[in-house]
Design a protein around this ligand. Sequence first.
Ligand code: CTP
Length: 412
Amino acid sequence: MTSVAGKRIVLGVSGGIAAYKAVEICRRLMDSGAHVIPVLTKGATRFVGRATFDALASEPVQMSLFDEDDPIPHTTLGQTADCVLVAPATARVIGAYAAGISSDLLTATLIATRAPVVICPAMHTEMWEHPAVADNIATLVKRGVSIVGPESGRLAGGDEGAGRLSSPADIVAAVDRVLDSTGRRLDMAGLSVVVTAGGTREPIDPVRYIGNRSSGKQGYAFAEEAAARGAKVTIITTVDRPGPLGTTVVSGITVVRVNTAEEMAAATAEAAKEADVVIMAAAVADFRPVDPAGVKIKKRDGVPAIQLEPTPDILAGLGASKPEGQILVGFAAETCEVADNAAAKLSGKGADYIVANDVAAENVGFAYDTNEVTVLASDGRVRPVGMRSKRQVAQAVLDLVMGDRDASEENQ
Ligand code: CTP
């Protein structure tokens, strides 16, 4: 926990029963060396007293937009914060922030800041699942706000369900991660990166297709990691950004939607012309129906004999026409003889790196949030990357790729 040290963190506390946990969050942030400025809503003070935060935090509690010492406290707070954390965030605060309404000091600060914002919702399950709240959360995620939780568990009044505030330890760790990624060296600034994601869909008829279990999570993790490091990123994908809302979306990624291998091949070839790095994380179908039916195949006509043909191998095509200096990263999804199969793909497809994983293993590959990979480089190096989140896998692979790139530039 190093990134929060020395950082100015506005700790927004709104009115829910979980407000008492904000005391523990405040203490943990202080213990990690952060400068904590508590901003409470009127509702929050119904659950926890100002005096508690006054005693624990770096500065006294602020609550009012009309401070006698500072005529514009929200702008001062917003401009000087390194991060604004709201824990717990009620449906009201989330709604106001999503709608751009500043009805008190906390919501005004949220709108006045350019610093990263971490929102930790806590409310009853019925409220959390209400479409209005879900829409507001989706809006915030799209704008690059980090949402942490909520978790499922015991709620006020003895109910059980989704809506419980995440643990103070998880919340402080999330703030640390956010500050880590924003403070990181922008080592990919000025680079153009193309990432493919998801499994392609090869139509059998207008309603059916041949697909696979790829979720697109690893591809999106690469896109977001590269963008966070300053790259201009295009993701060519068959799926929307998957997964729970609990991770940071980096805005500014160009999303190109495709369905089939052929569409992905065309979009990737075009985007790759100008790219410095191409990452083929997509699970491209290897076969497609030769002649998809124009109308839905009817059951009464019996089991159809579907004739298949190979799809274009996008990675091999890119490898064969790779511009000078471009770095090409492929994947190998294997269920046996991982190292040998991956090595064959590395040389056979003309890639600079192959990220290999055993998709038959537990918590690895398709649809999981975690992955465990081995990176093979074209010069024979083999780098295992142990079990970690897909974002951390992306980080480790890009660390390796960028390290090699820097070293080869120094040698020239
Ligand atoms: N790939 C591709 N075009 C295809 C098939 C795969 O570009 N038609 C790419 C994938 O995006 C991945 C790499 O090739 O980066 C390896 O994909 P994988 O599915 O592991 O292997 P295949 O080449 O399809 O071979 P096999 O299915 O026989 O293992």
